[in-house]
Ligand binder design. Structure first.
Ligand SMILES: Nc1ncnc2c1ncn2[C@@H]1O[C@H](COP(=O)(O)OP(=O)(O)OP(=O)(O)O)[C@@H](O)[C@H]1O
Length: 362
């Protein structure tokens, strides 16, 4: 059964949104360029705008069905909404802001464990402060806590990191990762950052000019040329699945991939035997035609060239098959000629950088 079903037809000024998708449980990222309709879509789900026609179902609850003239008002939809700017009440302490969320929960809602949410978001030491005395990242964590305490059936997060600088983003991402992993409710997460999609989401809804270009597991959409067109060539990337081998040694975790052993620096060891997803950007993959000696790059996978696709400018995109998994490499046309690469040829992919992505079975 789908956790979220959305069918909407909406016009505002010259912009028309016509979307239809069904997302499974877990985290659904809404991804698309500026002006593609992401905020419009989440505000329609929240009930803050009224579509011309539409139907929205969360789990078994129908929130909107225009064919039956049924519109649940926003305050009865039980949706937690986290905005780009946190919108905390400035005159209330963090604790009072959280309790405001808790008091919105309907009497018959499943009781939310307040201390577990405070612990999850790492905001226990902030409870007596007012929003003016919080950093941007702390403010957003409190806003998420307030939304969770209202016992929502769906959590909507509209670019919660957009107003933060890079260090604050990196500080809050681990909290979001934990939340996305442990939350027992569907989450819709708006972003235009592929890194956030890969770290947080299970399903990706790709939006452009008010239309859904695709709705599929993140792994599938990452290889979709439509995503590449919307993000620009430098964002072409792939997810590799590898299994955790033993405890880390000197802070390096070994992961077995069918095309070769991978080595990943980690702060904490991963569960031995777990299947993890590793995000690899095409620009971080170099190629060699034979065995390589005297090179510091340790992550080397034996691959076969599937396709060579010239890009605008000096680059070519090489699509690779890594023991049945897709990988991409961005190299220069000059390198392509020098190495005399051709489809079907065996090469060694040298992976210069990769990050741990969200694993569906963690
Ligand atoms: N109240 C409104 N009236 C008329 N047009 C609007 C209104 N709000 C938004 N739009 C237009 O609707 C389109 C979609 O806007 P929306 O804010 O949903 O995009 P978005 O994908 O969230 O963009 P961004 O990533 O920049 O936040 C844009 O063309 C915008 O100019």
């Amino acid at each position: 059964m789908s956790a979220l079903e959305v069918n909407l037809d909406h016009t505002q000024g010259a912009f028309t949104l016509e979307v239809s998708f069904a997302a499974p449980d877990g985290v659904t990222a809404l991804f698309g360029p500026s002006g593609s309709g992401k905020t419009t879509l989440v505000s329609l789900i929240a009930g803050l705008r009224q579509p011309r026609h539409g139907r929205i179902v969360v789990g078994e609850a129908v929130l909107l069905d225009t064919a039956k003239r049924f519109h649940l008002p926003p305050h009865r939809r039980r949706i937690g909404y986290v905005f780009q700017d946190a919108r905390l009440f400035p005159h209330m302490t963090v604790r009072q802001n959280l309790h405001y969320g808790r008091d919105l929960a309907p009497a018959d809602a499943v009781h939310q464990d307040e201390s577990a949410i405070i612990e999850l978001l790492g905001i226990g030491h902030l409870l007596d402060r007012r929003p003016a005395a919080l950093s941007g990242g702390e403010t957003q964590r409190v806003a998420i806590g307030r939304a969770l305490l209202s016992a929502p059936r769906l959590l909507l997060m509209d670019e919660p990191l957009a107003s933060l600088d890079q260090p604050r983003r990196l500080e809050i991402l681990p909290y979001l990762e934990r939340l996305c992993r442990e939350a027992r409710l569907p989450i819709v997460y708006v972003t235009h950052d592929v890194d956030e999609v890969v770290r947080l989401a299970d399903t990706l809804v790709l939006l452009n000019q008010g239309r859904v270009l695709s709705c599929a597991p993140v792994e599938t959409v990452l290889g979709d040329p439509a995503l590449q067109r919307l993000t620009g060539r430098h964002e072409v990337s792939a997810l590799l699945r590898a299994s955790v081998q033993g405890p880390p040694e000197d802070g390096v975790q070994r992961l077995a991939h069918p095309a070769g052993m991978m080595h990943l620096p980690v702060a904490n060891g991963l569960r031995v035997g777990a299947s993890e997803r590793l995000h690899v950007k095409a620009r971080d993959v170099a190629l060699a035609t034979g065995s390589v000696r005297g090179l510091s790059i340790r992550n080397r996978l034996t691959c076969r060239i599937v396709r060579i696709e010239p890009q605008a400018g000096v680059d070519v995109l090489i699509e690779l098959d890594a023991a049945g998994q897709r990988l991409a490499s961005l190299i220069t046309k000059e390198a392509l000629v020098d190495l005399a690469l051709a489809p079907g040829q065996q090469v060694v992919a040298l992976i210069k950088a990769m990050t741990l992505a969200r694993a569906s079975d963690r």
